[in-house]
Design a protein around this ligand. Structure first.
Ligand code: FES
Length: 141
């Protein structure tokens, strides 16, 4: 192989191996078309909305689906992704048992998202939540 051919071959090899990495870096997806970082506080509703029923379900927040439990007077809010980790149904809050239950196959989750009863095996994703100037805000843990 001539020197010129070798240099040409090395250049093409470098381009072929590097190009997919460059394209992947440039095409990095964002959540729901926003530039929200998961670590940022996101406003998902108002204290008034939360006080109406003691819970607020926001299905298309920048962080994904979020269910917040509490009122504007609560010392601590509970916030989870209500998507059941078994097959994806939406869990509901049962205040009498202080737990989330799944209507599809009866899985149960504690306030911290941990599985209390199968068939789900993985916990619900949890969020940190707060109320600031009447805005309900959540942030990834
Ligand atoms: S989808 Fe929730 S228990 Fe099956």
């Amino acid at each position: 192989m001539k020197r010129r051919d070798f240099i040409h071959w090395v250049g093409l090899t470098w381009l072929a191996t590097s190009l997919p990495i460059v394209i992947a870096a440039l095409c990095k997806p964002t959540r729901a078309g926003t530039s929200a970082e998961p670590s940022d506080w996101q406003t998902v509703g108002t204290g008034v909305q939360l006080d109406e029923t003691g819970q607020l379900l926001v299905e298309n927040s920048p962080l994904g689906s979020v269910l917040i439990i509490g009122t504007s007077k609560s010392e601590k809010l509970i916030a989870v992704d209500p998507t059941c980790t078994h097959k994806g149904c939406t869990v509901t809050w049962k205040p009498e048992g202080q737990k989330f239950t799944c209507p599809c196959h009866s899985a149960e989750f504690a306030v911290d998202g941990k599985v209390q009863k199968g068939p789900a095996k993985k916990p619900l994703k949890t969020y940190i939540a707060k109320i600031e100037r009447n805005s309900v805000m959540v942030k990834s843990t």
